[in-house]
Design a binder for this molecule. Structure first.
Ligand code: UD1
Ligand code: CA
Length: 466
């Protein structure tokens, strides 16, 4: 993400710890993959909530895992402490599981977030902490005011604006169903009050689950205050229950990412048709043309033009490059080089500065040296090409003999004639030339011309006879 969208670490003097709920199966996703591992803009869903929690608190969050806990833990590694909720008995029960892990924790407040709420900003978590502190409240929660209830719990308030209850949709009276303020399910809770209050949650009569939302009524019964702050950006409260929600979140996050790049000096011609992952970086004055996907850990320098209709995944593109209608995956293009239309750079391809890959080129695990040109219908695999080389139309490295991948080396200044087949392993010396249609099975020395099938040297350059 561009730097201006990064959030400063917590300015709170008292420590705050975050608990991220991630134990649920995500039944409504209808998927073999745990819900919290579904990808969103290049990162597993849970990663978004985790980053926000870390930025807001400056501490390792506690993640409550349950369904497919091994896979979830593997995705996060050591950036969180894990607590197992073996049986998923509800959001209230999930938080209870963290009590032992937090026994000696000095935090005065606990933030509870859900792994299925990926768009919550760290600043929003911080403002929940501020709200809770300011009012000496038992808890504060994030709400959202929208006309589409999305099956969320309704937030009931009294005349003074304090929250009196969260009512789940199924339990709502007809009057309560009309409430447009919904529970975003992100909370800041007074740590000194939390653990005892959790023990007083009764299983929900309908579902038998322990609802975290019941904490509000427990606070009121204790004579404590519950507060809510309304999300200024309704996108923050997009919760992922189904794949429909996931698509909504993707669209919202794309808008956010694209906007940040544009404010950082990147031109995006049609943001609605531009798909940039969260961790991508793009330099100033680069233009992204429509229907372009820039994915994974791709990096693009300044003054480049990318697209239209291109896909970059973990690509490193320099400054002043042009990539048109092409696919670049796990590959690198240096300053001033251009690719496309309709070319494919695969894993380990390196197009050096000023080089040119025209149409229908494919490069895998190969270097195309500085200012070298490969204009038309060519394949380079396991090849090292020097500088100022011309790869003629249709020239191909035959790198695979059916068993092994073999290397091809082409020296500086070589001229590979159209339709040359370079049967690897093979070396073409510097400034050598191959004739059109040559099938090169043996090394060609520098400064010679080789032609035919199999290719043979017919003369040294600068001489008329061999
Ligand atoms: C919850 C809220 C609802 C709110 C909505 C917003 C409750 C009772 N309801 O409903 O008021 O409007 O979020 O998105 O809290 N989880 C566990 N263990 C469990 C159950 C759930 O870790 O035993 C985790 C899930 O993995 C998920 C999160 O808690 O990340 C929320 O659970 P979910 O079942 O999706 O709650 P909602 O029905 O969406
Ligand atoms: Ca949910």
């Amino acid at each position: 993400m561009p730097s201006h969208d990064l959030d400063a670490p917590s300015s709170h003097t008292q420590p705050v710890r975050a608990i991220v709920l991630a134990a649920g199966k995500g039944t409504r996703m209808k998927s073999g993959l745990p819900k919290v591992l579904h990808p969103l803009r290049g990162l597993p869903l849970i990663e978004h909530a985790l980053r926000a929690a870390i930025r807001a608190t400056g501490q390792k969050p506690i993640v409550i895992v349950g369904h497919d806990s091994a896979a979830v833990q593997a995705a996060i590694g050591d950036r969180a402490d894990f607590v197992l909720q073996a049986e998923q008995l509800g959001t209230g029960h999930a938080v209870m599981m963290a009590e032992a892990a937090m026994r000696d924790d000095p935090s005065a407040h606990v933030i509870v977030t859900a792994a299925d709420m990926p768009l919550v900003r760290p600043e929003t978590l911080q403002s929940l902490v501020d709200e809770c502190k300011q009012h000496g409240a038992a808890l504060s929660l994030l709400s959202v005011v929208v006309n589409d209830p999305r099956g969320f719990g309704r937030v009931a308030r009294d005349a003074s604006g304090n929250v009196t209850a969260i009512v789940e949709q199924v339990a709502c009276t007809p009057e309560q169903l009309k409430i447009t303020e919904l529970n975003g399910a992100i909370y800041c809770i007074d740590a000194a009050w939390l653990w005892d209050a959790l023990r007083r949650i009764k299983p929900n009569p309908r579902k038998g689950e322990y609802f975290l939302t019941d904490l509000v009524e427990i606070a009121v019964a204790d004579g404590r205050t519950a507060r809510a702050i309304v999300a200024g950006d309704i996108d923050e409260c997009i919760g992922i229950n189904t794949r429909v929600d996931l698509a909504d979140a993707d669209a919202a996050l794309r808008r956010r990412i694209n906007r940040a790049h544009m404010l950082n000096g990147v031109s995006i011609v049609d943001p609605a048709a531009t798909y940039i992952d969260l961790d991508v970086t793009i330099g100033e004055d680069t233009v992204i043309l429509p229907n372009t996907h820039v994915l994974g850990r791709s990096r693009i320098g300044a003054n480049s033009a990318i697209g239209p209709n291109s896909l970059l995944r973990n690509a490193t593109i320099g400054a002043g490059c042009e990539i048109r209608q092409s696919v670049i995956e796990d590959a690198r293009v240096d300053d001033g080089a251009d690719v496309g239309p309709f070319s494919h750079l695969r894993s380990g391809a390196h197009v050096c500065a000023g080089a040119h890959v025209g149409n229908f080129g494919e490069i895998k695990k190969s270097t195309l040296g500085p200012n070298s040109k490969m204009g038309h219908f060519s394949y380079l695999g396991d090849a090292t090409v020097g500088e100022n080389v011309n790869i003629g139309a249709g020239a191909i490295t035959c790198n695979y003999d059916g068993v092994r991948k073999n290397p091809t080396t082409i020296g500086d200044g070589a001229f590979i004639g159209s339709d040359t087949l370079l049967v690897a392993p093979v070396e073409i010396g510097a400034n050598a030339t191959t004739g059109a249609g040559a099938v090169v099975t043996k090394n060609v020395p520098p400064d010679t011309v080789a032609v035919g099938l199999p290719a043979r040297v017919i003369r040294r350059k600068g001489q008329n006879k061999p």
